[in-house]
Design a protein around this ligand. Structure first.
Ligand code: GLA
Length: 397
């Protein structure tokens, strides 16, 4: 479904539920990370792109009639079309965590605007999303950034894109309890059509790397194994990286070299050593992959993706048998069959793989991956193709 079709649907559903068209329609995309995994919280580089799957919000201020808006003029009422569930958020006082669980991403962003001193208006909101949940495609960042974009429209004030992304990241830290890095929120805010985003997570400098070659397609293979990142694995990895940096005497692993790590190997827990080896190698791979994309050197980019996967599987240990199966199947298809490279993408432990493929072979590759995955894992894989998409937008204001 195109963004316009999705926005039309949201608009119609809003109109059906509230008897009037929405005043605002906004959207924020999910993302897929081409390479640079778990490097964002190590001050490293990432290379994500926004995808053509969006979280859309259609909204208006509540009607004045007392029997409308479910409780007066200080409530943001959000109906999620997926679960047909409504969250009611009181905005006349500091917003805190609450139910349902998904509303915490929204609550955290509202609180972020309140901390900036903004007065938040009451709103009736319809939430309509095509970003698959729990698939490592950043449905949570899409929800946060969509909320922030709606609030900007409703209060008539734009905030700086970097501050906006950081506000959304803080919402995730404080309201969802997930100590994520900055990648997901940055790409959902800043994505650009037909470009990857090379983001330096230390300086927050951005470079848009063009990727409009019609002969190349990005395939996203969902293993349909739900990934759950709020558990202990993600914060444990973060701590291990901090421990390694401390032993190496550097502020973060961005400042470490492979040689320094080898020197310190004897002074390090072997697990901590392997975590650091992944990060140091991955930061380097990401910079090289961006060069490869600039030069349309797809063979090189593909090899770097496979190397990234092996490192995530063996050193960082965030893969799972289903993700490994997809990568092995893709590697077996090979360049002759149209696959340049493939790797797990996102936090890990399930979710999706990303593959760089020849556009002309998309159909054959998809068929082969689906069939072999079914044979090996006994499960259906879902495959999407996406061009690099634009970041958050106001569709109607
Ligand atoms: C999750 C986090 C990101 C990043 C990735 C791993 O998606 O939200 O900040 O750390 O994992 O690269």
């Amino acid at each position: 479904m195109t963004l316009n079709e999705l926005a039309d649907q949201a608009s119609q559903r809003f109109a059906k539920a509230s008897g009037r068209p929405p005043r605002w329609i906004v959207a924020a995309p999910g993302r897929v990370n081409v390479i640079g995994e778990h490097t964002d919280y190590n001050d490293g580089f990432v290379l994500p792109m926004a995808i053509e799957f969006y979280t859309v919000m259609a909204a208006d201020v509540p009607l004045a009639a007392p029997d409308h808006g479910g409780g007066g003029s200080s409530i943001i009422s959000i109906n999620d079309t997926l679960f047909n569930e409504t969250a009611q958020i009181e905005v006349s006082q500091p917003v805190i965590r609450g139910e349902p669980k998904w509303s915490n991403y929204v609550r955290g962003v509202i609180a972020g605007f309140q901390w900036r001193g903004e007065k938040i208006p009451a709103l009736d909101v319809l939430l309509h999303s095509t970003v698959p949940l729990g698939s490592g495609l950043s449905s949570s960042a899409a929800l946060e950034v969509s909320t922030a974009t709606l609030l900007e429209a409703a209060i008539g004030k734009k905030i700086d894109p970097v501050e906006k992304a950081l506000l959304c990241q803080k919402a995730e830290h404080q309201f969802a309890g997930m100590p994520c890095g900055i990648m997901d929120q940055f790409i959902s805010v800043m994505g650009r059509k037909d470009h990857l985003l090379l983001l330096d997570c230390r300086s927050r400098q951005t470079e848009f790397v063009p990727m409009s070659d019609p002969g190349i397609a990005v395939l996203i293979v969902n293993t349909n194994v739900k990934h759950e990142l709020t558990g202990s694995e993600y914060p444990t990895r973060r701590r291990q990286c901090e421990t390694a940096a401390k032993i190496l005497g550097v502020p973060s692993l961005r400042d470490a070299t492979a040689a320094a790590l080898e020197d310190a190997r004897g002074r390090m827990d072997p697990v901590v050593y392997r975590r650091a080896r992944h990060i140091i190698g991955e930061i380097e791979r990401t910079v090289h992959a961006a060069e490869g994309v600039r030069a349309s050197n797809w063979l090189t980019v593909g090899q770097l993706m496979y190397a990234s996967h092996r490192s995530l599987r063996d050193d960082y240990q965030v893969s799972c048998p289903e993700l490994d199966a997809v990568v092995e199947i893709a590697e077996a298809i090979g360049v002759e069959g149209g696959v340049y490279g493939c790797r797990m993408t996102g936090g890990g432990f399930g979710g999706c793989c990303v593959a760089l493929v020849k556009a002309e072979s998309v159909e054959a590759i998809s068929k082969k991956i689906t069939a072999d995955y079914q044979k090996r894992i006994g499960k259906e894989a879902t495959i999407f193709v996406s061009r690099p998409a634009a970041g958050a937008t106001v569709i109607k204001a």
